[in-house]
Write a protein that binds this ligand. Structure first.
Ligand code: BDR
Ligand code: CA
Length: 360
């Protein structure tokens, strides 16, 4: 782990919700660390401790989503307010169940989970069984969910948390952008309370579901177009950078060597995920796409970025979901996105291993 980065802390199981969550969910308890118990005042208000960025992770777990959740919980720079789910890698019921199982594994059952859209805005649902297996999270012995999803729609949970947060909230979508588009269209005035959107999706270069497009954007291009045109600061963590962030079998072995249940589960998940990438690309390792988006919010210098105009192809079937990045300024249009282009792989892998090591 980089010397300048505060180490992650182990989190106890069965933590209670507090702070914004307490207000929104009606528990009345005080500020918490990522849904864990309130830290001693000396720790939480030490003057050298930077304030934590409130984030909501909207995801479709998914192997790399599972590591994104883990990283978001482990990093002291972030305050994970909620995990919301969307159909993508698997149907909504499965992605929601997977989010609950991952949080149960990590002992973070006070993090609220709410299910959102069961299908893209206008197109039929296509899931990624070939990559993530039929459950969406095949390959490891995950626990059954130890708690239930909240009854309200993901958009309503996001609204309540954004309204209640004293600080503007960062959205980290790591699945199709259906829920985020619904939030933008349903509560447009809430956008001023969203400081930025840092999403995993898209590619300047070639795609991974078609030659033109990356899965999350291809799955719901109409939603993506709404999000990219929302006018909020937006970062596109696309395949150009995530394909540089491979986690190898040797890296997975470091997780297994931790000797913890969490380490074993993630080593097994990575082995399953690695099979697809070995067969499709001949790689020793898997791109942990979604965790790069989380890492970029936690550690702003980690990903090298460039700013440009990005538009989403919604009409052509051949190039459906292409993120058309105008890096040369040919359109003359104002930039609307920061795009990820490079990453320090070793540092990223250390972050992931450190995050997994923070849990029993
Ligand atoms: C994206 O698609 C999903 O399969 C992954 O979870 C990631 O969010 C990569 O294209
Ligand atoms: Ca995902």
């Amino acid at each position: 782990m980089d010397r300048d980065e505060p180490p992650v802390q182990p989190h106890p199981n069965g933590a209670a919700a507090g702070g914004i969550l307490a207000t929104v969910l009606g528990t009345g308890k005080r500020l918490s660390v990522n849904g864990g118990p309130a830290p001693p005042a000396a720790l939480s208000y030490h003057r050298s401790m930077p304030s934590r960025t409130p984030v909501i992770l909207d995801c479709d777990p998914g192997h790399d989503d599972a590591l994104a959740i883990t990283l978001a919980l482990a990093r002291p720079e972030l305050d994970l307010l909620a995990v919301t789910t969307v159909a993508g890698n698997a149907p909504l019921e499965a992605t929601t169940r997977n989010a609950l199982r991952v949080l149960t594994l990590l002992g973070r059952t006070a993090i609220p989970v709410a299910a959102g859209a069961p299908r893209p805005l206008v197109r039929p649902l296509h899931v990624a069984v070939n990559v993530h297996g039929t459950s969406g999270l095949d390959g490891a012995d995950l626990p059954e969910p130890g708690f239930a999803a909240r009854p309200e729609h993901a958009v309503e949970l996001m609204r309540a948390l954004i309204e209640a947060s004293p600080e503007p909230v960062t959205l980290i979508p790591t699945g199709p952008l259906t829920n985020i588009a619904l939030l933008i269209r349903t509560y447009p005035r809430l956008l001023e309370r969203v400081s930025r959107i840092c999403l995993m999706g898209g590619a300047v270069g070639e795609g991974n579901v078609t030659a033109s497009a990356e899965f999350n954007i291809w799955a719901d291009p109409d939603a993506a177009a709404i999000v990219f045109e929302a006018g909020r600061p937006l970062t596109m963590i696309g395949l150009d950078v995530t394909h540089l962030a491979l986690v190898s079998a040797a890296d997975a072995a470091r997780m297994a060597a931790l000797g913890t249940r969490t380490g074993r589960v993630f080593a097994d998940l990575l082995e399953f995920f690695g099979r697809f990438h070995r067969e499709r690309y001949g790689w020793d390792g898997s791109p942990i796409h979604d965790a790069v988006a989380v890492a970029h919010v936690a550690l702003p210098g980690l990903v090298r970025t460039e700013t440009c105009r990005v538009d989403i192809e919604t009409t052509s079937e051949l190039t459906r979901g292409r993120t058309v990045a105008d890096r040369a300024g040919l359109t003359g249009r104002d930039p609307n996105a920061e795009i990820g282009l490079g990453i320090d792989r070793g540092r990223f892998v250390d972050l992931l291993v450190g995050a997994v090591a923070a849990f029993a």
